[in-house]
Design a protein around this ligand. Structure first.
Ligand code: NDP
Ligand code: 8X3
Length: 257
C-alpha cells in the first residue's frame, strides 16, 4: 500500500523554548516531525498535542545527545521512510554557570562542550548520511550572539557557540556536493528556560536577565527558521543574527529603569 509522506523535520531539544516553538511552526506547515529530547513526560505531551491539533505523524526520540551510542541506537530504530529527513534543526543546547575562567566548574564545561558541540556533531553525522542519497536536505544550526562575540564570564559557553559557527561553515563546504543547505541562526536574548538552566533552577536570578526589557520570544526564532526553510531550492540563507531591538551586542542592552 502506498503511504504518502509529507516533508519531515527532526528537531532536537523539542521539549522547551526554541525547539518547542519550531515543533509548533513545522507542524502548522504540515511537516511530519521527529522530536528529540530527554524529558519523556514533556516530549509525550507536546507530541500528542501537536499530532491531534494538526493531524500529523510524530515520532518521539527520547535521547541525550551527549550519549553517542544510545543516540545512534535510538535514531537507527526509526523506520526507513522516516530517515528521509528534509530539515534537521540542531537546537538542543545549554549554558551552565556564568563565572570567570579561574572559578569555572569543570563539570559544567564538560556538559556544555558535550551537548553544544559534540552532541550537535553526532546528530549531524547520522542525519547527513540520511540526506546524502536524496541529494537534498537543510541543516539549521542554532548558534548564538555568543558565537559571534565573547562577553565577560561567558568563556566556555561562548567557545561552544564559536565552535557551532565554525562547524556551520565547515558543513556548508563538506555537504556542498550533495545539495544540502546549511544555515546558522544566531539569536540574542530569547526568554525561554535558558537562564533557569544556566543558573541551575534559580528562577529569581533568571528573571533578572529579562527585567525591564522586551526580549525575543521563542516564536520569533521559529518564525525566522521557517523563513529560511521556505526559500526556493536555489536560495540558501547562510547566517542570521537576530536580536531584540533593545540589544546592540551581548552586553549593551537598553533597559528601562
Ligand atoms: P531551553 O532550555 O528552553 O531549551 C533547551 C532544549 O534543549 C530543551 O528542550 C532540552 O530538553 C534540550 N536539551 C538540553 N540538553 C540536552 C541533551 N543533552 N540532549 C537532548 N536534549 C537536550 O533553551 P532555549 O530554547 O533557549 O535553547 C535552545 C538553543 O538556543 C540552545 O542551543 C541555546 O544555546 C540557543 N540559544 C538560546 C538563546 C536564548 O537567549 N535563550 C540565545 C541564543 C542561542 P531536555 O531537557 O528535555 O533534554
Ligand atoms: C544565549 C544568549 O547572550 O546569554 O546564547 O549568550 S547569551
Amino acid at each position: 500500500k502506498f503511504i504518502y509522506m509529507s516533508k519531515i523535520a527532526l528537531i532536537t531539544g523539542a521539549t522547551s523554548g526554541i525547539g518547542e516553538a519550531c515543533a509548533h511552526t513545522f507542524a502548522q506547515q504540515g511537516y511530519q516531525l521527529i522530536l528529540l529530547a530527554r524529558r519523556e513526560d514533556r516530549l509525550t505531551k507536546i507530541a500528542h498535542h501537536l499530532a491531534d491539533k494538526y493531524e500529523i505523524e510524530i515520532k518521539q526520540v527520547l535521547a541525550d545527545v551527549r550519549d553517542k551510542k544510545s543516540l545512534s541506537a535510538a535514531l537507527e530504530t526509526l523506520p526507513a521512510d522516516w530517515k528521509k529527513v528534509d530539515v534537521l534543526v540542531n537546537n538542543a543546547g545549554l549554558s551552565q554557570g556564568l563565572d570567570p575562567i579561574d572559578q569555572g566548574n569543570t563539570d559544567d564545561w564538560d556538559t556544555m562542550i558535550d551537548t553544544n558541540v559534540k552532541g550537535l556533531l553526532y546528530i549531524t553525522k547520522i542525519v547527513s548520511n540520511w540526506m546524502i542519497p536524496n541529494q537534498s536536505g537543510h541543516i539549521i544550526n542554532i548558534g548564538s550572539i555568543a558565537g559571534k562575540e565573547v562577553y565577560p564570564n561567558g568563556n566556555v559557553y561562548c567557545a561552544t557557540k564559536h565552535a557551532v559557527d565554525a562547524l556551520s561553515k565547515a558543513m556548508r563546504i563538506d555537504l556542498l556536493p550533495y545539495g544540502i543547505k546549511v544555515t546558522e541562526i544566531n539569536p540574542g536574548m530569547v526568554e525561554t528556560e535558558f537562564s533557569v538552566v544556566r543558573f541551575k533552577g534559580d528562577e529569581d536570578r533568571a528573571k533578572k536577565v529579562y527585567e525591564n526589557l522586551e526580549p525575543l520570544i521563542a516564536d520569533d526564532i521559529a518564525d525566522a527558521i521557517w523563513y529560511v526553510v521556505s526559500r526556493p531550492k536555489h536560495v540558501n540563507i547562510n547566517d542570521m543574527l537576530i536580536m531584540p531591538t533593545v540589544q546592540a551586542t551581548a552586553t549593551i542592552i537598553n533597559r528601562k529603569n
